[in-house]
Design a protein around this ligand. Structure first.
Ligand SMILES: Nc1ncnc2c1ncn2[C@@H]1O[C@H](COP(=O)(O)OP(=O)(O)OP(=O)(O)O)[C@@H](O)[C@H]1O
Length: 948
């Protein structure tokens, strides 16, 4: 909390700029027509003419005043009253005062002092005071002459003696005029003021005269005289006398001046570590509350003190401060907390060796700004009990005590320039001082109601006790609770004196502001009562000034939080608490940081595991996909192998001499011819025999009937045999069926591959996106490359299979066409069927460029254009068509690089086409497929090459 107080942090000097405006600042300025304290107080030492002697002033002062000053209306009464020479002589002995709570005993010896004696003593002593500006008395020389002061003509003072008056008035201690507070007080000055104190300078007694709202009511003007220049109040009436004080404020003095002269220095001392007490004492309706609180346009002691407190804080960057405030009232001898917001607690007074007497439990509020402090006090003011009395429509019916506790400590211990040397204390301790601002309830004689009387009784009793204590203080200068006769000072007789015990016994600087009203309204009885009360106030003030001795010392600095006193030092407690909390915060932060690191590490590990698991799953999926693809391809290979076997059974023997394309006349014929010529050079018939000896089961089967056909043609077995091999009818049907089933298989296979391709692409795209989101991108990218390579491979495989499928389709078309041609041929010449079959066989097996194709090798083409054609020409056309298709297929293969033509027209598989990617083919199971797919050709070509 202390750190939030508004003060500069860097600068070690007080801020030069203007302080922020406070709520009351304007109001204070608005009193402008009135001379400021500075001007009025500095003038005596300078340009002000010498004051006349008291005797001469009494007759000359008034005309001067009237001539030079436009005096405000309220001052007229006082001006008229000034005539000291006309004052009646006081009685030789002090008359017996009427019984009053404010009356007290008067020490006979004191009233016998003469002004001369007083002058001597004052001049010689110098009497430095904590509440003086420089610690030295500033004496007003006698015969100084007249001066103009604040609209009043002040008579010259014989000296600034407070010893006595000419009329048995009570003397006060030697007192000096205060200069306005000088912010540039140096530590040296402070030390000097602390030396040689007799305690009297630590008590300031001021009297303030309230303007008489109702005029003087015909009372003789000359009965009262107020001389603020001489700090004199004189009464010329019965039992009158001259009363000198430290300050006398006339009716036109405003709150600002009152504060500057009576409390400003004390407040500053409080900020420096002294305890200070300011209280207003006086009859009801005389202006106590007005002086202490003031108004919006004329702030009183309390708001002005608050302003100065914060000004001091701003001007003292070397220290840090903490302010807390409490506000209580004593009503009917009971203490109430005015800040408790209606929560009533039984508040007791306790005594502590370090704190003295204090009320507890009492709410204390820590304040950080003047506005906040003023608000707190205003809140307490609202709660204070007031009532209408004979002299005051809003009379305070309680004693109100505002207590501001100031804690301060060195901000930078040990730093050169700090005031630790001046304070003479170890740096680091906290200094606690207290400023008590007390607005007492007014004494009242004539209460009208029972309630008012009861209140008045308590008020009067407490004030009487206060007067008694102060009276006895003169007999007991050390302020202890026992007087010289062993009698106890009656502090405990009232809550008020109990609370003021510390201040009255000398532990505190004290400023007493007594308020009076010289105008007496009402009946003569009332007026007399009023005068008597005023005189009692003046006597109280005199006794207070004479009797109260303050040996106030700067509060010791408390170190740490240990001990009873230390426990009260909130500044230290808060600092320790802040340090402790910071430590806890750091510890928590560290723990939190450690935990966070662990949590992050754990999370990373979990994510890493999840990624690994996902990768494993992906690998498994890929493996599964590949296995599925492999299985599908294997199935396909097996199926194709079966198909190849079927093709071989359709037209190729076991030695591979014939391929599934053996039906192609040109291809198969040339192969057979080459083989025949190069190997044996035998005739076609012999070749037939060799063919018949081939190991193909089907061939053998077909050969058998052929031999029998040579002998007994037309048998069923022969027909079948011819049908399968010889005439091509059964073969074509079988091939047709095989190719159709093959087509269906391929279609299914392609659909399967496409499906798997689609799945693989989807998985790949999802993995790609996941992989880019993943921190391990490189891994995913690498995998994607392999997958994309696989996909490309699959695509190319599918394209190849489609190409083959198209080849098959073309073959199927050709076979269907051949079948139709055959059907047409059968319809034309049935008797020649056998010969056509023979020709067809011959054309298939012995096709040559020079020799005409054998008759009946393929079905005759249908009749074209309605023009009958000979069966031979139709067969020739059919065979040519087949040859053309096969040539185209072979050419395609050659062009795509799957086959190469031999020098003699043979074809063979390109040997070096095998991979670059044998492993990949193996992985996919594609290589067997390729090998299988071209195996017939390979075998055919190999055999052809061997034959060559
Ligand atoms: N110096 C002053 N100048 C102008 N008005 C004043 C002055 N002193 C007092 N008054 C007015 O007199 C009235 C009574 O003043 P105030 O209430 O301060 O008296 P009091 O001593 O506190 O009385 P009580 O003891 O009954 O509370 C108020 O209206 C106040 O404004």
């Amino acid at each position: 909390m202390a750190t939030t107080l508004p003060r500069p942090r860097q600068s070690t000097k007080p801020p030069a700029g203007a302080l922020p405006a406070l709520p009351m600042a304007k109001s204070r300025k608005s009193t402008g027509g009135i001379a400021t304290p500075t001007k009025s107080l500095r003038s005596p030492s300078g340009a002000v003419p010498s004051l006349p002697t008291l005797a001469s002033a009494s007759t000359t002062a008034l005309p001067t005043s009237k001539a030079n000053i436009a005096t405000p209306a309220p001052q007229r009464t006082l001006r008229k009253a000034v005539s000291i020479s006309s004052f009646p002589h006081p009685p030789s002995r002090m008359p017996s005062l009427p019984p009053s709570p404010l009356s007290g005993s008067v020490t006979p010896g004191r009233k016998s002092r003469t002004p001369q004696a007083s002058k001597l003593s004052t001049s010689s002593s110098g009497n430095p005071s904590l509440l003086n500006s420089s610690g030295e008395s500033k004496l007003i020389r006698s015969g100084a002459g007249n001066r103009v002061s604040d609209g009043l003509i002040s008579v010259g003072s014989p000296t600034q003696s407070r010893s006595s008056s000419a009329q048995d008035s009570y003397s006060t201690s030697a007192t000096t005029f205060d200069e306005p507070a000088d912010p540039s007080i140096t530590p040296t000055n402070d030390k000097r003021t602390s030396k040689g104190l007799d305690g009297k300078g630590n008590v300031i007694v001021s009297v303030r005269v309230r303007p008489d709202a109702g005029g003087n009511n015909g009372r003789p003007e000359g009965e009262w005289m107020v001389d603020n220049r001489r700090s004199l109040v004189a009464y010329r009436g019965k039992e009158g006398g001259d009363y000198y004080y430290d300050n006398v404020f006339s009716t036109h003095d405003d709150n600002s001046r009152v504060y500057d002269h009576s409390a400003k220095r004390l407040v500053r001392r409080v900020m420096e570590g002294y305890h200070g007490t300011v209280f207003a004492y006086g009859m009801t309706g005389t202006g106590k509350t007005f002086s202490m609180q003031g108004t919006a346009s004329s702030p009183g002691v309390i708001p002005l003190a608050i302003t100065d407190i914060f000004s001091y804080i701003r001007e003292t960057p070397s220290r840090e401060f903490l302010l807390r405030v409490s506000y209580l009232e004593i009503y009917n001898e009971k203490i109430h907390d005015l800040l408790s917001m209606g929560v009533e607690e039984d508040i007791k007074l306790r005594e502590d060796s370090k704190r003295g007497v204090y009320a507890t439990p009492l709410k204390e509020e820590i304040v950080q700004s003047p506005t906040q402090l003023l608000r707190v006090i205003a809140r307490g003011d609202q709660a204070r009990r007031t009532a209408s009395t004979q002299f005051n429509a809003r009379s305070s019916r309680s004693h109100a005590v505002v207590q501001i506790v100031v804690e301060s400590r060195e901000r930078t211990p040990g730093v050169p320039g700090s005031d630790s040397k001046r304070s003479g204390v170890l740096p680091g301790g906290v200094r606690v001082s207290t400023l008590s601002l007390i607005d007492l309830a007014g004494s009242e004689k004539a209460a009208e109601t029972k309630e008012r009387r009861q209140e008045g009784s308590h008020i009067n009793k407490s004030l009487l006790t206060l007067g008694t204590v102060i009276s006895r203080l003169s007999e007991h200068k050390d302020g202890k609770s026992a007087d010289k006769d062993g009698k106890h000072l009656p502090y405990r007789d009232s809550k008020l004196t109990r609370l003021l015990q510390g201040a009255l016994s000398g532990n505190s600087l004290v400023s007493i502001l007594c308020t009076i009203a010289t105008g007496a309204a009402g009946s003569s009885t009332t007026a007399n009562t009023h005068i008597a009360e005023t005189l009692n106030t003046l006597k109280f003030a005199s006794r207070a000034k004479n009797n109260i001795v303050s040996h106030a010392k700067r509060a010791e600095e408390a170190l740490g939080v240990g001990g009873e006193g230390g426990a009260r030092v909130l500044l230290e407690r808060y600092r320790m608490e802040i340090l402790e909390l910071r430590g806890q915060l750091e510890t928590q932060s560290k723990n939190q940081g450690g935990k966070t690191d662990d949590a992050i590490k754990e999370k990373d590990e979990e994510e890493e595991k999840a990624r690994e698991k996902e990768q494993e799953m992906r690998h498994e999926e890929q493996i599964l996909e590949m296995q599925l693809a492999r299985t599908a391809l294997k199935e396909r290979i097996e199926h194709l192998n079966r198909l190849i076997l079927s093709s071989k059974s359709s037209g190729v023997n076991a030695s591979g001499t014939y391929s599934a394309l053996g039906i192609h006349p040109r291809y198969s014929a040339s192969s057979m011819r080459s083989s025949t010529i190069t190997s044996s050079g035998k005739s076609g018939l012999e070749r037939k025999g060799s063919l018949a000896s081939s190991s193909s089961t089907i061939g053998r089967k077909s050969i058998g009937p052929r031999h029998s056909s040579d002998g007994e043609p037309g048998s069923n077995e022969d027909d079948d045999g011819l049908g399968e091999f010889g005439d091509g009818m059964a073969t074509l049907q079988a091939q047709n069926q095989a190719l159709q089933s093959d087509l269906a298989d391929k279609t299914r296979y392609i659909a399967t591959l496409e499906k798997r391709l689609l799945q693989a692409r989807r998985a790949s795209s999802s993995r790609t996106s996941l992989g880019f989101a993943s921190p391990n991108k490189s891994i995913m990218v690498g995998e994607d490359h392999s997958v994309s390579a696989i996909l490309k491979e699959k695509d190319s495989e599918i394209a190849e299979l489609r190409a083959r499928l198209e080849d098959k389709d073309r073959m199927l078309t050709a076979l269907r066409s051949a079948a139709r041609s055959r059907d047409a041929a059968e319809g034309i010449e049935s008797p020649r069927l056998e010969s056509l079959k023979a020709e067809a066989r011959h054309s298939l097996l012995h096709e040559g460029a020079a020799s005409p194709p054998p008759q009946g090798a393929l079905p005759d083409p249908p009749v074209m254009g309605g023009v009958p054609q000979s069966p031979r020409s139709m067969r020739t056309k059919s065979v040519d068509e087949m040859s053309r298709i096969l040539d185209e297929m072979i050419q395609d293969r050659v062009e795509t690089g799957h086959l190469v033509r031999g020098s003699r027209g043979s074809v063979r598989v390109v040997a070096d086409r095998r991979p670059d990617g044998v492993g990949a083919h193996n992985v996919l199971g594609l290589q067997p497929l390729r090998e299988a797919s071209r195996s017939p050709v390979l075998r055919t070509e190999s055999s052809a090459d061997q034959a060559e």
